[in-house]
Design a binder for this molecule. Sequence first.
Ligand code: AMP
Ligand code: FE
Ligand code: FE
Ligand code: ZN
Length: 275
Amino acid sequence: MNDPLLLVDLHMHTRCSDGVWELARLCTEARERSLDVFSISDHDSLDAYPMPADLDDRVIPGLEVDTHHANHTVHILAYGVSDKASPLLTTLAGQRSAREERMSAMIDAVRKRGVDVSMEDVRAQATGTVSLGRPHLARALVASGAVATVQEAFDHYLGDHCDTYVPLQRLTSVRAIELIRESNGVAVVAHPQRLYNDSDLSELIALGVDGVEVIHPTADAVAQQRLMDLARAHELLVTAGTDFHAPVEGRPIGVLFPAREIERLREAIASRAEQ
Ligand code: AMP
Ligand code: FE
Ligand code: FE
Ligand code: ZN
């Protein structure tokens, strides 16, 4: 059967969290690339919303919630959440101070290893956001010359395995899924390839997530098909995105994705809002 495709990107970050582009720059790119449907899904923030009115028809509001499951980080995309006074956003606002304290602790740890970096240096990399994260510190380490690349900063200082990494008290996945529902959103497991344990995805499905992100730079064709099959078996929604944080050579924003799947996502969001 003929299944029309759309150019979509349901997973992108701006300077409202840890992306390098301002919202306006990313909107320009979305217009130039003629994305049919997209979502700005900043970490733990709806600060990119409301979006410019000319893009209303193409935008699905959302955010990427940083959660904790079985001792590891799990990212859950929340689509259809647009109210900054919703239970989810109110809870997340309370977590920002925890991020500040954790950033101070990480800066102290990195300084103890002889690197001269300060909170001011980190804030200089985080203009436009109140939610400090490891990528901001990584960029500060690049700017200071301590490392050559952001990846090197994660490999040597900030990765989960590093002794200068300080974990963050995060929402549990269970609680996040509840809060997303209470906020009339649908919960989608972001980049399942990054889950720590093979059992995580089935556990998250059992907890009641509504969908899985099947297209993401971490998922090759085999992984995409496996995720698609799994989603079908569990009657879950599927989504697609590039997880844009900064321009990557040869990887423009937008991927081709069945229009039918976007329709299902929109319907699920609409029916949740009616509940
Ligand atoms: P945070 O929420 O402050 O712990 O930072 C998490 C962010 O750091 C993720 O969204 C990724 O963008 C980035 N990140 C985490 N681990 C790595 C890694 N090993 N390599 C590159 N980026 C990473
Ligand atoms: Fe990020
Ligand atoms: Fe993520
Ligand atoms: Zn992301």
